[in-house]
Each structure stands twice: as structure tokens, then as C-alpha cells.
Design a binder for this molecule. Sequence first.
Ligand SMILES: [Zn+2]
Length: 145
Amino acid sequence: MSDCLLNSVCSFCGKIETITLYESEQKGQLIWGATYNCPHCLNIQEMDGFGIPPDYIRDYLIEKFGLWQVILKPHYSKKEVVSTLMKELNLDFKLCLDSIKNIPIFVGTEFEATWLSKKLGSNNAKVEAICNVNYKKYSFIFSKN
Ligand SMILES: [Zn+2]
């Protein structure tokens, strides 16, 4: 699990609250969440979901842990990579086919990149996850927002 702690203004009492943003894995699936916790009025709010989180969560995690990319090494199995991407990220065939033509095939948070490389690696595809903090002009691949 990787998480990031932020301060924000409580929408109920107007004082400073903390927000914990995280990505993790549950039964092999990528999950994300945001917990808003106000120590003043004790308001707690939680949001979570499966798959790739909204960009505002990814932005904070990238700021803290760097931007990561997944690169396919030569001699990977196209068929296996595409089927893994479809299954694990719940994406359609065409998007997966397009994405394997890109270098990197995936750009995102540290947790997403290492999680995805593990998934691809376990399928005999040859992959590596690399942290590239200087990769400034990133655009999220597979972003749904
Ligand atoms: Zn409050």
C-alpha cells in the first residue's frame, strides 16, 4: 500500500482536517481510497473504488513517490500482455492493443506501475517498472477522467 497525508479545510466546521489518500491491492485487484478525518468536529468521510483512482489522487501520490512507467522488454508476448491489461485494468481490446505500441505502455503512480508489472510478469511477459521523476510532461494512460 502507498499512502499520502494532506491537510484540508473541513467542509463541516471549517477547521483543518487531514485527508489520507491511498492505493492498495485487495484480492489481487487495484483499489484506491480517500479518507477525510476532522479532529475538531469528528467528521469522517470515506471514498473508495476499484481500479485506477481519479487524477487528483494520482497527482498527490506521484508528487510524493514519483512518476513511474512500465516498459516492455523485447520478446514479450503481445497476446499475454493484452489479455492481462484487459483483465486487470478492465479495459477494452482496442485500447490495450494501442497501449502496447507505446513506450512506456503505462504511466502512473509507483503502486500502479509495480502492481501492473507484477501482473504482467506473472503472465510470463517481460516487463519492468521504472521510476522516472524527470518525466515531466506526463499524461496518464488509461485515465478515465
Ligand atoms: Zn470539522
